[in-house]
Design a protein around this ligand. Structure first.
Ligand SMILES: [Zn+2]
Ligand SMILES: [Zn+2]
Length: 434
């Protein structure tokens, strides 16, 4: 209990030598973690095993990271916490985030009025432990394909924490001096030592609950009137979000520095992750669009010139297929330059139209005599099938059947819809159904 934290030998915890390779450290960790795993320990030793296990994890976290290992080799555990006053009280868990924050998160810049010079590698400075930069605030933003085509600017009001301008983020009245927190001696953190095994002690740092980790505070009468010592106030701000034409699902729009503010910290960004809404008419892949080209059987056979669809910007798209050119079911037509805009250019992707032919319904003709005329008009005689046996049966067909029933109830993998997926025949079946 009385050993200073520097006495911890992380290499010893993992049972490896000081010049162990990364692989050896990993191996040592696995071995030590396995032997100290709390689940394997008998009931009465479980607590001790738990502590040992955490120490093993912590040792591995530090030694497996090149930067942290170097810091540890140079300065021992002091690299992670310079305040070594013997706390003596066990409690709390090993918090790696705290260690990382101490190593990397702490601001190096001179901070007015905070006292305490930055120590080596940023470790050991008193005062609040604040990451250099605030966290980004991410959220999804649903947007229609029309808006992605045209681009969109939208304004919204956001409530965020800003540094109190009255006290400039100190939390105190003008000229008032903050009181150094006695509990943590201005560190903002309390270091407690925790026994992790025979002769092994691990430092544990926790936020000081008296000063909320700031290391100092103002007496009530000295607190800033506007923020009441909190150092930030809530502010409503109207923000503008611009989504350029051609933006895609998954892209991020960043409002740099619009996240919550904290004193002595660069605010994070507000980040919008674009989510493209499904569209009734168009499918999109990259800068290309696709849509159904719905035409009648007459149009498929005789051509047409008409508006076939309304584009995302409201324009009608007119297409001409001259007489004599026949469109097949599922035929693909490419219209160059009618896809989505391409960002930072005046180019656009292409539009792929897929022919869907609407066949007439049963009994569509009014004059039965016209049927034979139509038959004569259309090319080709029916295919002649030679029946070598000379035996022919006349059958009845249900014209409203489905391939779902093909092999239904059997465990044959060729049964049902899977058979349809093979393509080929499926197209013909669909046409017959229409
Ligand atoms: Zn204030
Ligand atoms: Zn404190």
């Amino acid at each position: 209990m009385n050993s200073p934290p520097d006495d911890i030998d992380l290499y010893e915890v993992l049972g490896v030598s000081k010049d162990a390779s990364k692989a050896e450290i990993k191996k040592g960790y696995h071995k030590a973690a396995l032997s100290s795993h709390p689940d394997k320990a008998p009931e009465e030793e479980r607590e001790a095993a738990d502590i040992k296990f955490k120490a093993v994890s912590q040792a591995y976290e530090i030694l497996s990271d090149d930067d942290m290992r170097e810091a540890y080799d140079l300065h021992g555990m002091a690299a992670f916490d310079k305040s070594q006053g013997p706390g003596g009280m066990p409690g709390g868990g090993v918090d790696l985030d705290d260690i990382l924050a101490q190593m990397f998160g702490q601001g190096m810049g001179g901070m007015g009025g905070m006292g305490g010079m930055p120590g080596m590698g940023g470790a050991g400075r008193g005062g609040p432990r604040v990451p250099k930069r605030g966290a980004d605030e991410e959220q999804e933003y649903e947007i229609s394909l029309e808006e992605l085509y045209k681009g969109k600017t939208t304004r919204f009001s956001s409530t965020k924490n800003v540094v109190c301008s009255h006290c400039k983020g100190t939390g105190g009245k003008d000229k008032a001096k903050p009181k150094t927190c006695d509990t943590c001696k201005g560190q903002g953190r309390q270091t407690k030592l925790q026994q992790v095994g025979p002769g092994l002690v691990s430092p544990v740092t926790v936020n000081c609950n008296v000063c909320n980790g700031l290391g100092q505070f103002f007496n009530e009468k000295n607190r800033c009137k506007r923020c009441k010592g909190v150092r930030t106030v809530q502010q409503k701000k109207v923000l503008e979000l611009y989504i350029p034409p051609g933006s895609r699902e998954g892209e991020q729009i960043k409002l740099v520095g619009e996240g919550d503010q904290l004193p002595d910290q660069e605010p994070g960004d507000i980040v919008f992750n674009l989510v493209e809404e499904a569209h009734e008419t168009f499918d999109r892949a990259g800068a290309d669009l696709s849509a159904d080209l719905n035409i009648t059987l007459a149009e498929a056979l005789t051509g047409f010139k008409r508006v076939v669809l309304t584009h995302l910007d409201g324009r009608g798209i007119s297409l001409e297929i001259p007489p004599g050119q026949v469109l097949q079911p599922e035929q693909v037509l490419k219209v160059e330059g009618e896809g989505m805009p391409i960002k930072k250019s005046s180019d656009k992707g292409d539009l792929f139209l897929i022919t869907k032919i609407e066949f007439p319904k049963d009994g569509w003709f009014k004059d039965p005599t016209k049927i034979s005329q139509l038959r004569d008009l259309l090319p080709g005689a029916p295919p002649a099938i030679e029946v070598a046996s000379g035996e022919v049966d006349e059958v009845l067909a249900d014209t409203d059947a489905s391939l779902e029933d093909f092999g239904a109830g059997s465990d044959d993998p060729r049964a049902g819809a899977e058979w349809e997926d093979d393509g080929g025949e499926a197209g013909g079946a669909q046409c017959a159904q229409q």
